[in-house]
Design a protein around this ligand. Structure first.
Ligand SMILES: [Ca+2]
Length: 479
């Protein structure tokens, strides 16, 4: 019997050591800032790193345009993000060269706005020469979503020029802005006729100008909605809010609630159109931007709705510091592919819960560099909303305190508490780099321990209990 007790004790000891070794090990933690508080990405000064990525994308898109001058897939899913990212960089640095790059791309898109010569601006998929066969499965046609995202890129440039005094005074720039504005007005006015009226206060734009053939695919009608709200912001004409309001009302009624968070599908269920699977975080980034713009202009979305979207990000999309990938593929938390590099826009939620900035920075930092427009936009947004070392550390320490009561084993709980004390001390001494690392370490330990401690308890406790009972029964028999 004694031998059994010894074997059990050794097994438990090995399990406990392995467990604690795993829980308490933390990898080298990088920080999003240096001693001066400058924003770092992958350990490098942001603008430096961004420039090197942007230069690669700039020349690779130039090469693509040279070999295929009309590729609406590239316009919508490459250039449109690239333009928006350059606009962000102009806002961040006031370096006019970034704005000129955005304008250079807009000029190109403007020059190919009517390749079928019918007088109507649209970057449609017309044939193999004037189009991309990759999208031909939906037929050679025009796409509302492409016209929507390209219009949005134009509007970013228009807003930047018209809302910045020094740019507005420049006659050449002003003329460019007015030219782009005019084309967006023509596009949006045209889609007013391509509309499914769901009820007196709900509806959505068709993705195909000849009919509602695909149903309410959220990112597709949202793309036009975003461009139209921006059109309102520039013109002040409230007609441009009525359809976005109807789409926001329609969408909001079809969001489902799970655990206080909003979930939704790629296509909404309506009429003959069945709902599809849950929305992915890449298309969902377009949906999210629309919902946040709707909230900004009080179109159907309230603060409570935004809180539910924050909840979606924190409870479903964010997978944790110790998971890889750090973000789910879909809004319901499922993972099929790593979509982290496509996770632009989600950082906008940091305006409502600042921990989301840290999560997005961490997820993108771990995802590794990409050379695409959407990745550039994810990075430039991160830089634009960078809150600075003090705010980041305050947010992290608050997050650790909020999570202290989560189930942990007593040793992890003790280490988290003492590490938190050290983090608070270094925060007081304004050593934000150390404080950042300690706070992230706490969150990593909490994550791992809260996942594994319950498993440990349900396996080890019964073994100890059974051994003790066996031992006592043998002991009482022999005596
Ligand atoms: Ca045309």
């Amino acid at each position: 019997m004694k031998r059994i007790v010894v074997v059990v004790a050794i097994c438990i000891l090995i399990t406990l050591t392995t467990y604690l070794g795993y829980i308490l090990y933390t990898p080298e933690i990088s920080t999003p800032f240096d001693e001066e508080g400058e924003f770092l990405f992958l350990g490098q000064p942001f603008v430096e790193l961004y420039s090197s990525i942007a230069n690669v994308v700039w020349s690779s898109y130039n090469k693509a345009l040279n070999s295929k001058p009309y590729d609406p897939g590239l316009f919508a899913w490459g250039l449109h993000y690239e333009i928006r990212s350059y606009v962000d960089l102009y806002k961040l640095t006031n370096d006019i060269r970034w704005l000129y790059r955005a304008i250079n791309r807009c000029e190109y898109l403007y020059s190919v706005r009517d390749v079928n010569n019918d007088g109507i601006p649209s970057w449609g998929n017309y044939n193999e020469t004037y189009g991309n066969s990759r999208y031909a499965r939906e037929g050679y046609r025009e796409f509302g979503v492409w016209d929507g995202v390209i219009s949005t890129a134009f509007m970013d440039v228009v807003q930047t020029i018209l809302f910045t005094d020094v740019l507005k005074k420049n006659a050449t720039l002003r003329a460019r802005a007015e030219k782009y504005l005019e084309v967006v007005i023509t596009i949006i006015n045209r889609y007013h006729a391509y509309w499914t009226r769901v009820s007196h206060d709900e509806g959505y734009y068709w993705d195909c100008p000849s009919g509602d053939v695909v149903g309410p695919i959220v990112n597709r009608f949202s793309a036009l909605g975003i461009a139209e709200i921006k059109l309102y912001e520039v013109t002040g004409n409230s007609t441009y809010l009525s359809r976005p309001l109807a789409m926001a009302t329609f969408l909001k009624k079809r969001l489902s609630i799970r655990g206080g968070c909003y979930l939704w599908t790629y296509r909404l269920s309506y009429g003959m159109f069945p709902p599809s699977d849950y929305e992915d975080i890449s298309h969902g980034a377009i949906d999210l931007e629309f919902m946040l713009l709707a909230f900004k202009h009080k179109l159907a979305f309230s603060e409570e709705d935004v809180r539910r979207l924050v909840c979606t990000y924190k409870k479903f999309i964010w997978k944790g510091f110790t998971s890889y990938p750090s973000l789910a593929t879909k809004v319901d938390g499922s993972i099929t592919q790593d979509y982290t590099r496509m996770s632009r826009n989600w950082v906008l939620l940091a305006n409502f819960d600042p921990i989301i900035w840290v999560y997005q920075w961490y997820a993108l930092e771990r995802a590794g560099v990409g050379y695409t427009g959407y990745y550039m936009q994810a990075l430039s947004q991160l830089a634009l909303y960078y809150p600075g070392p003090e705010a980041i550390v305050n947010t992290l320490i608050k997050e650790v305190k909020l999570n202290l009561n989560i189930t942990m084993d007593p040793i992890s709980a003790y280490i988290v508490k003492t590490t938190l004390q050290r983090a608070i001390e270094t925060q007081r001494n304004r050593d934000y780099i150390t404080a950042f690392k300690l706070a992230v370490k706490c969150l990593m330990i909490i994550e791992k321990s809260s996942k594994l401690a319950p498993i440990l308890y349900v396996t080890i406790l019964p073994v100890i209990l059974i051994t003790v009972i066996l031992y006592l029964s043998r002991y009482s028999k022999s005596s």
